[in-house]
Design a protein around this ligand. Structure first.
Ligand SMILES: O=P(O)(O)O[C@@H]1[C@@H](OP(=O)(O)O)[C@H](OP(=O)(O)O)[C@H](O)[C@H](OP(=O)(O)O)[C@H]1OP(=O)(O)O
Ligand SMILES: Nc1ncnc2c1ncn2[C@@H]1O[C@H](COP(=O)(O)OP(=O)(O)OP(=O)(O)O)[C@@H](O)[C@H]1O
Length: 427
C-alpha cells in the first residue's frame, strides 16, 4: 500500500510482543463495546503479537507529541467508481454505485436508520460543488463513514451503532476556535452554518492537496465507467432541472483520493468476473494444497507480489497464474475500498516557519495538517465467496424494492395525469 499510496500517507507501525494474559483480558474488556454487527470479530489472542500504530488522530508531520489542540476528521469514503467490466450482468450496476445501492439493504436490515445522501462518486469527482455536497451529506448522516475527534476524543459520529453523536450546533461550538480563532462570530444558526461551511471547505482543500511520493502512475486500468451515480441526490436534482451533473474536474494525480481510486480500480473484472477465477484457484488448491505458500495467498506481500499487481491485462489465458493475479488484485482493491482517511488539523502560530505545503490557506486561520490512511490490512482470500453473495443481495434488493418503487411512482404519475386531463371549451 505504501508503494501505491505513498510513503507520507501510510504508517506501517511495528509488530510488538504482548503477554497472552494481557491480550485475553483486553479482548474480554472490549467485547461489550463492540457494535452488535461486529460481535463475530475477535482479537488474535493466541499469537502474542500485535501491531503498534501511531495515534493517527494527531499530526503526523511532527515527531513529538503536540500540545496544541488537534482536530481529526476520519472519512471512510468507500468505492468511488461504477464498474466498467463487461462481466457485470445486472444493468443497474452500470448506473448506480454500490454504496448507494447498499444503503437500502443496510436500512432494511437495521444497520442504519436513514438513507444517507452521501455518494462516493461525488466525493471522488474532484468537482468542488459535488465534494461539498458529499461532505455535508456525511455530516448529516455520518454512519460509519465520518468521525471527528478533538484532541483524540470522539466529538462527532458513531462511537458505535447505538450512540450516534450528531448535533451541528455542538460540533460548531467545538470547531469555532479552530476556524474562527480571533473573531467574536456570534453564536446561533448563522455561526453554525459558517463554521460547518469552513470545515467542509478546509477538508475539500486538504483532500485535493497533493504529495508527489508513491508509484501510483504504474497503475493504468484504462477503462472507466460512468462518473455520475444515478442515485446520488446531487445528480438527481440536476437531472430534475434538466441539466447534466457537473461530471468531474479531475482529481489532482498526487492527491490521496486519486491514488486510492486507482487502487480500487484494480477490481478490473467486478466480483462477477472475479468469482469464477477464484473458483479456478480454489480448484487448484484442492488438488495441490501445498501450493498455497508458493501462490503467496497469505503473503509475504513483498516486491514480487507487488510487481504482479501491476499487470492489469484482462485477457484470460485460462491459467491459474492469470486467475491468481486477478484474485490478489481484487483483494488489494477491496482493501482500498474499505480504508479510512484521517485528516489531522492543528492551528499553527503565525510566525512559525513551518513547511508551507502542509498548511491550509484557510481564510481565517492557519492550519497545519497531515493526512494518513487507516485499516490497510489486506482483505482475506476467504472473503471472496461472501463478497459474491453480498453483491447479488445488494443488487437484487435494490432492483426489487427501490427501482420498482420508482417505476410505480412514474406510472402512477402517468395515470394521474391521464385522470386529470383538462378539457378546454370555447366560450
Ligand atoms: O462489504 P461492505 O462494503 O459492507 O464493507 C464492510 C464494512 O461495512 P460498510 O459497508 O463500510 O458499512 C464493515 O464496516 P463495519 O465494521 O460494519 O463498520 C467492515 O469494514 C468490513 O470489513 P471487515 O470484514 O471487518 O474486514 C467491510 O467488509 P469488506 O467487504 O471490506 O470485507
Ligand atoms: N492508529 C490509529 N489512530 C487513531 N485511531 C485509530 C487508529 N487505529 C484505529 N483507530 C480508530 O479505531 C477505529 C477502528 O479501527 P480499525 O478499523 O482498524 O479496527 P478493526 O481492525 O476493524 O477492528 P476489529 O476488526 O477488531 O473490530 C477506526 O475507524 C479509528 O476511528
Amino acid at each position: 500500500m505504501k508503494e501505491f499510496l505513498g510513503e507520507n500517507y501510510v504508517h506501517c507501525g511495528e509488530v510488538v510482543q504482548l503477554p497472552l494474559e494481557f491480550v485475553k483480558q483486553l479482548c474480554l474488556k472490549i467485547q461489550c463495546e463492540r457494535p452488535e454487527s461486529r460481535c463475530d470479530k475477535d482479537l488474535d489472542t493466541l499469537s502474542g503479537y500485535a501491531m503498534c500504530l501511531p495515534n493517527l488522530t494527531r499530526l503526523q508531520t511532527y515527531r513529538f507529541a503536540e500540545h496544541r489542540p488537534i482536530l481529526c476528521v476520519e472519512i471512510k469514503p468507500k468505492c468511488g467508481f461504477i464498474p466498467f467490466s463487461s462481466n457485470v450482468t445486472h444493468e443497474m450496476k452500470h448506473k448506480v454505485c454500490r454504496y448507494c445501492m447498499h444503503q437500502h439493504l443496510k436500512v432494511a436490515t437495521g444497520k442504519w436508520k436513514k438513507i444517507s445522501k452521501y455518494c462516493p462518486l461525488d466525493l471522488y469527482s474532484g468537482n468542488k460543488q459535488r465534494m461539498h455536497f458529499a461532505l455535508k451529506s456525511l455530516l448529516q448522516e455520518a454512519q460509519n463513514n465520518l468521525r471527528i475527534f478533538k484532541n483524540g476524543e470522539l466529538i462527532y459520529g458513531c462511537g458505535d451503532a447505538r450512540s450516534p453523536v450528531a448535533d451541528w450546533r455542538e460540533l460548531a461550538h467545538h470547531l469555532k476556535p479552530f476556524f474562527f480563532p480571533s473573531n467574536g462570530l456570534a453564536s446561533g444558526p448563522h455561526c453554525t452554518r459558517a463554521v460547518i461551511r469552513e470545515l467542509v471547505h478546509v477538508i475539500t482543500w486538504v483532500l485535493l492537496s497533493s504529495s508527489d511520493k508513491g508509484r501510483t502512475s504504474a497503475l493504468r486500468p484504462g477503462l472507466q465507467g460512468p462518473r455520475v451515480c444515478e442515485a446520488s441526490p446531487f445528480s438527481r436534482s440536476f437531472r430534475h432541472q434538466g441539466k447534466n451533473t457537473p461530471e468531474h474536474s479531475g482529481l489532482p494525480k498526487g492527491c490521496l483520493l486519486y491514488k486510492t481510486l486507482q487502487v480500487q480500480m484494480l477490481d478490473l473484472l467486478d466480483i462477477e468476473g472475479l468469482y469464477p477465477l477464484y473458483n479456478r484457484v480454489e480448484q487448484y488448491l484442492e488438488d495441490f494444497p501445498e501450493a498455497r505458500k508458493t501462490l503467496q495467498i497469505d503473503g509475504p506481500y513483498d516486491e514480487a507480489f507487488y510487481q504482479k499487481l501491476l499487470d492489469v491485462s484482462t485477457e484470460d489465458d485460462g491459467t491459474v497464474a492469470f486467475a491468481l493475479t486477478k484474485v490478489q488484485q481484487y483483494r488489494v482493491a477491496m482493501t482500498a475500498k474499505d480504508c479510512s482517511i484521517m485528516i489531522a488539523l492543528s492551528p499553527c502560530l503565525q510566525d512559525a516557519s513551518s513547511d508551507q505545503r502542509a498548511i491550509v490557506p484557510s481564510s481565517r486561520s492557519r492550519l497545519a495538517f497531515s493526512v494518513s490512511v487507516l485499516d490497510l490490512d489486506l482483505k482475506p482470500y476467504e472473503s471472496i465467496p461472501h463478497q459474491y453473495k453480498l453483491d447479488g443481495k445488494i443488487v437484487s434488493y435494490y432492483s426489487k424494492t427501490v427501482h420498482a418503487k420508482d417505476d410505480a411512482m412514474m406510472s402512477t404519475r402517468f395515470k394521474e395525469s391521464e385522470d386529470c386531463t383538462l378539457v378546454l371549451h370555447k366560450v
